[in-house]
Design a protein around this ligand. Structure first.
Ligand code: C2E
Ligand code: MG
Ligand code: MG
Ligand code: MG
Length: 287
């Protein structure tokens, strides 16, 4: 009996693996044409100051509008695009488009905000020069460099060690700022905050989730905020969904918050409207 079960289990597994391989192959070939067919789109999620609620920036988040599958999550296709190297070309498009859009909002007379763009570990460590790609995106769009922020995970920064630090410094010399994304989820130590030339860190949602339930989780956030303040590193909390989380974070002087409590990622028009409604002079964001 157990033998049969085992065999069935194996067959099921085999079929599933085969299905996954076909699926993967299909996605790779679909990604190849997605750029040409204009199926990629950027959504923008506001980042507001924790205390006053002013809109200070937004994060560009990639969306793939697939003709048959609908929206495909970046969590699904970015790892594949990283394996195949397609992320280099996609990432270049994201940078160009995010800079262009931010400059367009400025030209329309909206308040100046900072645009944060995710840079994949593969893109960061690739021989294709991320510094040149960034410089070009700034030049093509005319966006002032201090309006651009690059989000790189701590794991990606640590991977390439000395070369990584040199690249970060070269990027900073362009005048852009650097954020450490998903802080707390990687392997690096707190010493990396002191040793890496970063301007900002983003506390991962998994920590923010603990604020309401876990006193040790709250203690960790307080310690991160205190250390960041000491090192003059700005802090953004990601994935803020509740008022109580916002209250805790502003009490402990977190600089910026981002999350569904403020707004979900918005299409370009939606972000423009959000900016119009919450300009720094008129009214700040408040629920
Ligand atoms: P990330 O950079 O950490 O982005 C934050 C993710 O959290 C986004 O998911 C965002 O929609 C989601 N999020 C924000 N606030 C909340 C909240 O309050 N509740 C919940 N449940 N989720 C929230 P998204 O857009 O699906 O992106 C996932 C990941 O995909 C990103 O994580 C980033 O690592 C990657 N990604 C997205 N766009 C790009 C891109 O243009 N290039 C690269 N290399 N990676 C990207
Ligand atoms: Mg990010
Ligand atoms: Mg993040
Ligand atoms: Mg994250």
């Amino acid at each position: 009996h157990s033998k049969r079960q085992g065999r069935n289990g194996f067959e099921y597994f085999d079929t599933k693996m085969n299905h996954m391989a076909v699926e993967r192959h299909q996605i790779i070939s679909d990604i190849r044409s997605a750029l040409q067919k204009g199926q990629f789109e950027l959504y923008y999620q506001p980042q507001v100051s924790a205390l006053a609620g002013n809109v200070m920036g937004c994060e560009a988040l990639l969306r793939w509008r697939h003709p048959e599958r609908g929206f495909v999550s970046p969590v699904e296709f970015i790892p594949i695009a990283e394996e195949t190297g397609q992320i280099i070309e996609i990432g270049r498009w994201v940078l160009e488009e995010a800079c262009r859009q931010c400059r367009e909002w400025q030209a329309q007379g909206l308040d100046e905000i900072r645009m944060s763009v995710n840079i994949s570990a593969v893109q960061f460590s690739s021989s294709t020069d991320i510094v040149a790609v960034t410089r070009e995106a700034l030049a093509h769009s005319g966006l002032p460099p201090d309006c651009l922020d690059l989000e790189i995970t701590e794991t990606a920064m640590m991977q390439s060690d000395k070369v990584g630090v040199d690249k970060l410094n070269a990027l900073k010399n362009l005048g852009v700022s650097i954020s450490m994304d998903d802080f707390g989820t990687g392997y690096s130590s707190l010493a990396s905050l002191r040793d890496l030339p970063i301007d900002q860190l983003k506390i991962d949602k998994s920590f923010v989730d603990k604020i309401n339930h876990d006193s040790q989780g709250r203690a960790i956030i307080k310690a991160i905020l205190a250390l960041a303040k000491e090192l003059s590193i700005e802090v953004v909390a990601e994935g803020v969904e509740e008022r109580t989380q916002l209250d805790f974070l502003s009490l402990h002087r977190c600089d910026l918050i981002q999350g569904y409590y403020v707004a979900k990622p918005l299409p370009a028009d939606g972000m423009r409207d959000f900016l119009r409604q919450h300009t720094q002079v008129e009214s700040s964001w408040r629920p």
